[in-house]
Design a protein around this ligand. Structure first.
Ligand code: PGA
Length: 253
């Protein structure tokens, strides 16, 4: 793979709450400029503070999602939208049920589709026919994954069904009663799908993410660290708290 000229813009915040506020600012500014924006959203422990901030700003009348659409990054295969550990359920609980985003424009892959491969293709086409994602929110896994693009995922990969690594299954077991309940496959936007978003914001908080953040921002651009492939894109911002930034050589914060 050829090297690329891009470095992510890095914003280091005093706390995870301050980081969530910065991300909320990016989305609020976008929605003010483009009320019918297409928002790329993520699940996990990291973005919940950001979604609290979205809801607070909506309740105060500072932001409206009424004309927006959204696409989530991924969903477990085998879980229906009503399953409490599905990402669709997570999004309703943390965001969709509390703001004026229209339910028929809040897109999450259907985990219980009869044909998961066909659902992945449908999802990719739905993103394209929406006009494309204006601002995509990402977390990062300890192994450098973005969405469920685990190490080895191709730079040009599209929305597809993937196997989860044992590490990801172990890490996500905290959301389930037992590790045996964690699905082993998922539908995920591909790296290539994510790189088509007009802008990307990667949010990471906590010291446990510092190595992955440093590898993504300053290590080699390699499919071994999927988040490093974001350096193929010129409009990427990493929003970090001090702990997540602690492995960076360049962070001045
Ligand atoms: P987390 O997950 O926010 O729960 O740490 C992030 C990710 O795995 O992408």
């Amino acid at each position: 793979m050829t090297s690329t000229p891009y470095s992510p813009k890095i914003i280091v915040c005093e706390s995870d709450g301050a980081a969530a506020a910065i991300v909320a600012d990016l989305y609020a500014d976008l929605l003010r400029d483009k009320p019918a924006a297409v928002l790329g959203l993520a699940t996990g422990g990291t973005p919940t503070a950001t979604y609290r901030e979205f809801v607070r700003r909506y309740q105060q009348g500072d932001v409206s999602f009424a004309r927006a659409s959204s696409f989530n990054l991924d969903e477990y295969v085998g879980l229906s939208a009503d399953h409490p550990q599905s990402f669709c359920y997570f999004m309703r609980q943390h965001l969709f049920d509390h703001v004026d985003l229209s339910a028929d424009r809040a897109n999450v892959p259907s985990g219980d589709a009869i044909d998961a491969d066909a659902e992945a293709r449908r999802y990719e086409e739905a993103i394209a026919s929406s006009g494309g994602i204006d601002l995509q929110l990402l977390g990062i896994g300890h192994n450098g994954h973005i969405a469920f693009n685990e190490p080895g995922s191709a730079r040009n990969s599209r929305t597809r069904v993937v196997d989860l690594t044992d590490e990801t299954i172990r890490n996500n077991a905290r959301f389930f009663d037992s590790i045996d309940q964690v699905p082993t496959t998922a539908i995920t936007m591909g790296v290539g799908t994510i790189l088509e978003a007009r802008r990307i914001v990667l949010l990471a908080t906590g010291a446990d993410k510092s190595e992955a953040v440093a590898a993504a921002a300053e290590g080699s651009v390699s499919e071994a660290v999927p988040a490093s492939l974001l350096r193929h894109h010129s409009e990427v911002t990493f929003v970090l708290d001090r702990a997540a930034a602690s492995g960076l050589r360049s962070a001045t914060g």
